[in-house]
Design a protein around this ligand. Structure first.
Ligand SMILES: Cc1cc2nc3c(=O)[nH]c(=O)nc-3n(C[C@H](O)[C@H](O)[C@H](O)COP(=O)(O)OP(=O)(O)OC[C@H]3O[C@@H](n4cnc5c(N)ncnc54)[C@H](O)[C@@H]3O)c2cc1C
Length: 312
């Protein structure tokens, strides 16, 4: 079968690998310049910073087997077993940042980055997928893995309905601050992560302690309430507010560079009860982290569920 997957985040990449292994012809489109979606790593000089997902956990054996394979391939490793107290549960990271995992999964796949899927339509038994260069791509099966409001607009372009409860799922926003520092004299203790340390931040990550950055670099994520309150402020105002909020955590280290990152669709606020949604023709599947859990594991398992739904 010809299968088109929209989105080269973790969900789309897992789905694509699984469909290719089942012998199908797969093309993945992503509007971003590179693969990974919310697995996002940025280089600033000699610093490397994860600015989307910070670490991941494993609850299901089905995901553990993939994580074990990533560890064997050298693209993921354990960071720690808790921030503060050791709770015995591994926190994993990408070996050179979270995008290491996405780049690994992308090997051997036909992925078209910088390609926005603009619209889709059902023409007899085929799907016609139009990208923003005006080209129409034909497929037998389609998997949509974009955040749900973005998948909804594609469904709308095809005159298709989405269940109302699916359409209502909204996402928390995240405002992030990336800083590089002149020294490691900051206030983020070993092993390099702070969860909900104050009224502004939900996570502060030390990318050097995490093992991905040669030079000192911190990632600050504002919590959902703070991010919602300030999301529409100007970038300059957000930057100034985040820098002021970050100051107590910097110790005697001085910022050498800083930038703001805005995530409109960071994490789903509620979940669909199944691991993916399949349309009545069994040829269109919607997947992503709003299905099997609002985290990397959920995105991965939903992608796998989508692949088995279309490849049956
Ligand atoms: C700030 C932040 C912190 C997080 N922290 C953690 C954490 O610590 N641990 C954890 O487990 N999870 C965390 N998460 C959540 C985790 O990143 C996600 O659950 C997971 O990466 C989602 O993967 P996905 O494939 O479902 O979606 P995405 O990664 O969003 O992939 C969807 C892709 O679809 C593409 N796309 C959208 N529309 C179109 C279109 N029309 N045409 C073409 N391409 C399109 C997008 O460019 C994107 O690449 C965090 C997320 C954020 C944003």
């Amino acid at each position: 079968m010809r299968i088109i997957i929209v989105g080269a985040g973790l969900s789309g990449l897992m789905a694509a690998q699984s469909c290719v292994q089942a012998g199908h012809d797969v093309i993945v489109f992503d509007k971003g310049r590179s693969v990974g979606g919310r697995l996002a790593t940025r280089r600033v000089g000699t610093a490397v910073l994860d600015h989307g997902a910070q670490f991941f956990t494993v609850r299901e054996a089905a995901f553990q087997s993939h994580v074990d394979a990533w560890i064997s391939a050298g693209v993921a490793r354990e960071w720690c077993r808790g921030f503060g107290a050791d709770d015995g549960h591994p926190r994993y990271v990408g070996a050179n940042g979270m995008t290491s995992i996405a780049k690994h999964l992308a090997i051997g796949l036909d992925i078209r980055c910088s390609s926005l899927v603009f619209s889709m339509s059902r023409v007899e038994s085929e799907w016609h997928i139009t990208t923003d260069d005006g080209v129409v791509h034909v497929a037998d099966r389609v998997i949509l893995t974009a955040p749900l409001p973005q998948s909804f607009s594609l469904m709308f372009s095809a005159g298709l309905e989405m269940p109302a409860d699916l359409r209502r799922i909204d996402y928390d926003r995240t405002l992030g601050l990336l800083v590089t520092l002149d020294s490691s004299q900051h206030q983020v203790p070993s092993p390099g992560g702070l969860q909900n340390p104050d009224e502004v931040f939900s996570f502060i990550g030390d990318n050097t302690a995490k093992g991905i950055s040669e030079s000192p670099a911190l990632t600050f994520h504002a919590n959902p309430a703070w991010s919602l309150q300030h999301f529409e402020d100007s970038t300059e105002d957000i930057h100034a507010l985040l820098l002021a909020a970050a100051q107590p955590w910097l110790g005697s280290a001085v910022i050498t560079e800083s930038q703001v990152k805005k995530w409109r669709f960071a994490t789903p606020q509620n979940l669909w009860p199944d691991a993916c949604w399949v349309d009545e023709t069994n040829t269109l599947v919607i997947a992503g982290d709003a299905f099997a859990g609002p985290r990397m594991e959920g995105a991965a398992l939903s992608g796998l569920a989508a692949a088995s739904a279309v490849c049956h």
